[in-house]
Design a protein around this ligand. Structure first.
Ligand code: OGA
Ligand code: MN
Length: 257
């Protein structure tokens, strides 16, 4: 998984291996397959305490039935930083990833696949200007040097594309997933894996950075809503082609085996 990506097939495999689909699995199957770990809101709150402050952030929309526990758990384990990159920085990054993406075809795969209408690649080497931007992202998301994976995952979702509910594999990545959203606003939805009435929508603005860790990462599926469903509360969020640059950390040793 940490080998350099040498061919398209390798790339696809290593990236896709990080996702697990279980929207159609029973709770028992889920528990066995993912060994879901539960985080109390206290411990995850500790992680994000500098940003949470006990207030509901503007980027969260709780569906009607969400409990206080869900609200606490997600508020303290999911952060969105608006305008993390400037328009110029967005352009710099796009200029660098576009030539690689352009060589690939959008995949519109089978009904049970995680993502429809996408192409993706991985990169570990970046030009000087991009490296500077991405170093800032990594310093924020992974303050402990060395824990982050070297390869960044670049996902290009077509305007009509959709990311279906999944939890990233615990074998291939650790407790933190961060993503930079480029080219389009989008809505990410979290649904509790054990109680599907617990639903939280997240506003991912163009040029924002999101950080999903602990409870949000393990106890909730995440998805990116398709064009027709793309609402934040009652507000429509028009979906254009969207590129995300994602960075993850190493799994814990016992999860990786
Ligand atoms: C993924 C994923 C979210 C995003 O690739 O596993 O959930 O922001 N992507 O593109
Ligand atoms: Mn994912």
């Amino acid at each position: 998984m940490l080998r350099p990506a040498s061919s398209r097939e390798d790339v696809g495999h290593s990236v896709l291996a990080r996702r697990n689909f279980f929207s159609y699995m029973s709770k028992d199957q889920l528990q066995t397959r993912l060994q879901i770990r539960h985080y109390s809101s206290n411990s995850s709150q500790e992680n994000c305490r500098t940003l949470y402050h006990g207030r509901v952030p503007e980027y969260l929309h709780f569906h009607q039935e969400t409990s206080v526990e869900t609200q606490d758990a997600v508020s303290s384990s999911f952060v969105v930083l608006r305008d993390f990159v400037t328009e110029e920085e967005e352009e710099t990054l796009l200029r660098e990833v576009e030539p690689h993406l352009k060589r690939l075809h959008y995949e519109h795969d089978h009904w049970d696949d995680a993502i429809h209408g996408f192409r993706e690649t991985e990169r570990s080497k970046w030009g000087k200007a991009s490296s500077k931007i991405l170093a800032r992202l990594q310093e924020y998301a992974f303050p402990n040097q060395g824990e982050k994976l070297a390869l960044m995952h670049i996902l290009d979702l077509a305007k009509t594309g959709v990311i279906k509910p999944h939890v990233d594999s615990i074998r291939f990545c650790g407790n933190t997933i961060c993503g930079l959203c480029l080219l389009s606003d989008a809505v990410m939805r979290l649904v509790n894996v054990e109680d599907k009435t617990q639903v939280v929508d997240i506003m991912l603005w163009r040029r924002s950075l999101y950080l999903m860790k602990d409870a949000a990462r393990y106890n909730y599926t995440h998805e990116v809503l398709g064009e027709k469903e793309s609402y934040f509360g009652s507000v429509p969020v028009p979906r254009e082609r969207r590129i995300s640059i994602m960075c993850r950390n190493y799994p814990r040793k016992e999860d990786a085996t």
